[in-house]
Write a protein that binds this ligand. Sequence first.
Ligand code: UDP
Length: 328
Amino acid sequence: MKKTLITGAAGFLGSHLCDRFIAEGHHVVAMDNLITGDLKNLEHLFHLDRFEFHHHDVTKFVHVPGKVDNILHFASPASPIDYLKIPIQTLKVGALGTHNLLGLAKEKNARFMIASTSEIYGDPLVHPQTEEYYGNVNTIGPRGVYDEAKRFQESITMAYHRFHGLDTRIVRIFNTYGPRMRLNDGRVIPAFMGQALRGEDLTVFGDGSQTRSFCFVEDEIEGIYRLLMSDYTLPMNIGNPHEITIKDFAEEIIKLTGTDQKIIYKPLPKDDPMQRQPDISKAKEILGWEPKVGRAEGMRKTFDYFKTLSREELEKTEHRDFSDRNKK
Ligand code: UDP
């Protein structure tokens, strides 16, 4: 039986990956420090013999007894407001955490995958973004802690690949959404859906002309799985190229949720990318992958999930003041 270590396992993507690897018959070793993850996302797997959870911070030495076939390093805060709240941890998990896990992968001769990101491209000057584009990142801006950690993560992964011959994969993940996103994580989909459910106005940052391209989690996981199983070792974009402005997106959410609230405008956070759309030619050609779930269907499923949350969860205010995103 294959044994797969997944870090960030209690998070949004991590927990969906655990489901996928369990479904593929693997023994899954799930690891998370639970800073932004939530054990609720994994509760349904705890009864399985093939599933184990370790409450561990991967910036500290990581030990897994016995063989390990695959390591997927998905631990990291992933929301811009989290980077502001925990900037040092964000840098450490991308840098020190990756180094520890590469060491483990080398020791175990395991295949190693990192969750890289469209943030590699910063506020992109090339559109749509191909994997060859080097990016436009402000190293010292508020998002720099995430962007540079991820860029370092790619560099050290390629160094282990070239120098030690480690079998590595780099997936560049674009905006992904679906059930198990944290309602209060500040990202645009949970923010808008939470606002609609609480009967608040939808907060569009800037004039809403900035664009994003949203991928439903089922499609994202399929792309990630196929990349891991392939023999492609250079970075690959996995995302949905269907692009929309944030203002049009807010209007879609108003229609979908049936809320009678309106859009209100707040200042655009510093370094918020003006456009983002993946070029997925490589994924299509090499993996035979492209997204299948349209936004209407994916958003409906996501909204159905948020509707199941309790009033108490809905009212958590931790991240509801977004003004701190605008600090220099
Ligand atoms: N955004 C918004 N209102 C919100 C939250 C986010 O208009 O309440 C905007 C944000 O400024 C950005 C886009 O939505 O332009 C996507 O933001 P998110 O934090 O989801 O992810 P990003 O792609 O910026 O990492």
